[in-house]
Design a protein around this ligand. Sequence first.
Ligand SMILES: Nc1nc2c(c(=O)[nH]1)N=C([C@H](O)[C@H](O)COP(=O)(O)OP(=O)(O)OP(=O)(O)O)CN2
Ligand SMILES: [Zn+2]
Length: 141
Amino acid sequence: MIQQIYPAPIHSYRYELNKDMHVAAAHYIDDERAGRCQRVHGHTYFINLTIVGDALDETGFLVNFSKLKQAVHGRFDHRLLNEDTLFETAPPSTEKMAETIYKVVQEQLDTCPNRPLCIQVYVRETPTSYVVYRPKEHARG
Ligand SMILES: Nc1nc2c(c(=O)[nH]1)N=C([C@H](O)[C@H](O)COP(=O)(O)OP(=O)(O)OP(=O)(O)O)CN2
Ligand SMILES: [Zn+2]
């Protein structure tokens, strides 16, 4: 069972949904300043998505939990992250991973008529290292 403590963002939307998931993936940081992380290695990332909105869809969902899992897990699980076109311009650091997950998720949410928003992505890479990404403003696509 996944259970983690992560920060709760402040907002005034009526609904807040959180989706946890694990993604097993390999990566490397192609820069000598990254030390041993230059070598290909793997992590089981723990990811938490925070989605908010004021309206539900016809099924009573803010967004289907499985859609969120498909967008993230479906794309990155059991992959070498560096091979993904989303990491063509910047290496898959935890920070970039969190930002990239935000973009992938918000793109999916932009197709929903009830217009939910992703306001926080939490990515834990190791037991001692995690990043929280929050978009500057709750931008609508
Ligand atoms: N700001 C960042 N620093 C580092 C990143 C990163 O993505 N952003 N990544 C790495 C490595 O990829 C590594 O996988 C994780 O590093 P680290 O937490 O140092 O790993 P350890 O398990 O060895 O941590 P300890 O707390 O020392 O056990 C490096 N830096
Ligand atoms: Zn790593």
